[in-house]
Design a protein around this ligand. Structure first.
Ligand SMILES: Nc1ncnc2c1ncn2[C@@H]1O[C@H](COP(=O)(O)OP(=O)(O)O)[C@@H](O)[C@H]1O
Ligand SMILES: [Mg+2]
Length: 381
């Protein structure tokens, strides 16, 4: 029998951000104890956990003390050092496995894994020198995107390369040390699929999410996505196949590009809850966070049917530029919900919270959530 962890058990979470915060709410509602490990004081997740260990991921003693108190460990952040996960795996069950985080935390490993599994990705090359960059640009073509292989998020560590640019100048301003060059995909839409997989191999996908980014940061997600049924099916199949090939136990987000001919290309994997899945708290029979609890604890996976068309709009620190947003104004519309992550400092570009709106159609939900955000006095919306 695969280990099963029933309510009353202690779930550890590596990472202290908003994904861990919403996970903690779902897990505690179900009767679990949640213990967060994060280097950050007063973290969004720590504020809602039963216990927090505030220490460095490199502190073996603190990691050991933390892991010994757990039944099962999961993640809300994938950039956890492999060594830290190994220390934990010696002391408790770790789901998903460290090897999956290792694949997902490096774009070269991730893209190599996908292409070796015959999963569709944009052409890419590893780039270690100006000469390799020149050769890769010749092979892949322009426009292309040069990305740092690790530690990128919200478009950080990326640079788009246009037709005329000089290779030596690009190399001099390269966005990191270990680099990957990708063909810039001419996509019609960006979509994502969340898939959960249990220790028994059962899996379940969430409805496809349609995502609009602004300045490389997710801005608005709406569901159902306006795509052909065949694309919806194919996207779900891709996500399920990736989860199987990874031998995932837990939750995985798969970001994809949809081209105008209906072709899907996989962009990024995240073996944890995802910003594009936040709509599921209000819009889906089971939220992505409850599904993560179920998957890592060995419980049956929850139903994932959409309850109502739903849209989610992120609230970045920019919304605070003229002072505290007008919360009451945004909440006057029926079907609008507010989520704030307990972050004190509203820096520009920092994810501070999100709004969700449910409505009779995805378009109506998007209109409603954007109106609600505009009502906050957010200059960006
Ligand atoms: N190969 C690509 N072609 C076209 N657009 C891309 C490509 N790679 C990234 N982008 C754009 O940049 C955004 C962020 O890139 P991504 O690789 O998902 O990194 P991260 O989300 O970690 O910052 C994507 O959602 C997409 O809008
Ligand atoms: Mg991304």
């Amino acid at each position: 029998m695969m280990p099963q962890f029933l309510p009353g058990a202690t779930i550890g979470v590596m990472g202290g951000g908003q994904l861990g915060r919403m996970f903690a709410m779902a897990a505690r509602r179900m009767g679990y104890r949640v213990h967060v490990f994060t280097p950050e004081e007063n973290s969004p997740a720590g504020q809602l956990a039963d216990a927090t260990t505030t220490a460095s991921y490199a502190d073996e003693e603190a990691v050991g003390r933390f892991a010994r108190q757990l039944d099962v460990l999961t993640f809300e952040f994938e950039n956890i050092p492999a060594q830290t996960i190994d220390w934990c795996a010696a002391l408790c069950v770790v789901r998903p496995a460290g090897a999956i985080l290792n694949t997902a935390q490096n774009r070269l490993r991730e893209k190599t894994f996908l292409s070796e599994g015959n999963l569709p990705v944009a052409s890419f090359r590893a780039v270690r020198s100006a000469a390799e960059l020149a050769a890769a640009l010749d092979q892949i073509g322009r426009p292309a995107i040069l990305k740092s292989a690790s530690f990128g998020y919200d478009g950080k560590g990326q640079r788009r390369i246009f037709a005329q640019e000089n290779v030596d100048e690009i190399w001099a301003a390269r966005p990191g040390d270990e680099l990957i060059l990708e063909r810039a995909v001419d996509f019609e839409k960006e979509v994502s699929v969340l898939v959960a997989r249990g220790a028994d191999g059962s899996s379940s996908t969430f409805p496809v999410c349609e995502n609009v980014h602004r300045h490389h940061i997710l801005d608005v997600t709406s569901v159902p996505a306006k795509i052909e049924p065949a694309v919806e099916k194919n996207a779900a199949l891709l996500a399920r196949t990736i989860a199987e090939q990874l031998d995932l136990v837990g939750l995985l987000a798969v970001e994809m590009f949809l081209r105008s001919d209906g072709e899907l290309l996989v962009n990024e994997l995240a073996p944890r809850p995802h910003n594009s899945g936040h709509w599921s708290i209000e819009g889906c029979a089971t939220s992505q966070f409850e599904q993560q609890v179920r998957a890592v604890c060995g419980l049956p996976l929850g139903a994932t049917e959409i309850l109502q068309p739903t849209a989610m709009a992120n609230l970045l620190g920019d919304a605070w530029q003229n002072g505290e947003p007008h919360w009451a104004r945004a909440l006057g519309t029926p079907g609008v919900h507010l989520h704030l992550y307990g972050k004190r400092e509203p820096r520009p570009g920092r994810k501070m919270g999100h709004l969700t709106a449910t409505a009779s159609s995805a378009d109506a939900a998007v209109r409603k959530v954007l109106e609600a955000r505009a009502a906050l006095g957010d200059a960006r919306s």
